[in-house]
Write a protein of this length. Sequence first.
Length: 329
Amino acid sequence: MNVTLPEETLMEMYWFMLLSRRLDERAWALHRQGKIAFHISAIGHEGAQIAAAYAIRRGYDWIAPYYRDLTLMLALGYTPREFMLSLMGKKGDPSSGGRQMPSHWSLKRANVISHSAPVATQTSHAAGIGLAIKLRGEDKVVITTVGEGSTSQGEWYEGVNWAAVHKLPVVFIVVNNLYAISVRQEQQMAVANVADKALGLGLPGISADGMDFLAMYQVMKEAVERARRGEGPTLVEAKVYRITPHSSDDDDRSYRPRAEVEQFKQRDPLLIARQHLEKQGLLTPQKIEEFEQRAREMVEDAVRFGESAPYPDPEEAAHPVYAEEVHHV
Ligand SMILES: Cc1ncc(C[n+]2csc(CCOP(=O)(O)OP(=O)(O)O)c2C)c(N)n1
């Protein structure tokens, strides 16, 4: 592995992974307390996401994410307070003003575009943005994420195919956590790796260890640079594991053995990152405690902020779904 990143960058990456984890855990607790209606988790996905965030030029490149991208969003500047507003359906939620499901991100200031509820639709959004970048002659890149189950959708093939034909600056990240709710990968596709699908579509396909943020970063960095040089899209498969149930509405005991979950917990991305940074002498027990303390404070501040924030005004219910004034041509 020849990844060289400044020490502060490595520590910052670890910090966002930790903050994401602690926020995520708090969201589960809020759900069990009956304070929020729904949560969909990033636990197990942090390493792949932080690598993607740091491989791009944040605030410059474009992002078409999916619902499991909490760590990516935090690294793009989405705040814990904003996350709580989204979870609690409160007015200041930047994604939709508290009127969308939580974790259906959009963040104008960070070039994050809103995604729809049907899975894989963001793939064609990303291809469209890629085409716009190319037509304008810009050196921007767009990254988009889906789960492996979403690669069974026709729209996913259409978007990837179009980007490959026109050599668009897109990195298609497929986060393979083995399950699409209760459907295992083998019931969903006849290939061993999602990356194998790239062969038939005419773009490079690479599998990365998404549990290890440095392994994933290396693959992402190459894919992003390739796109920026005008050499076209790459399909990056991040092999991860979803340690939690699909969402707060799901009982995963009905479709996967506990032993499997326990086995993958040994490869927890936060643990792997910690081991990397401890080995390099960057993370000391004191630093770990300092980070934990800061994360606890931020999470509790965000919860208080969310709880005291107002709900959207009823008059805003249709905004900005319908135009104030309709223009007929
Ligand atoms: C077109 C479509 N079909 C079904 C659903 C319901 N649905 C929501 S998430 C999901 C699973 C997606 O699995 P995957 O793409 O592997 O992502 P993961 O949640 O595992 O990260 C399904 C079937 C949907 N939102 N859109």
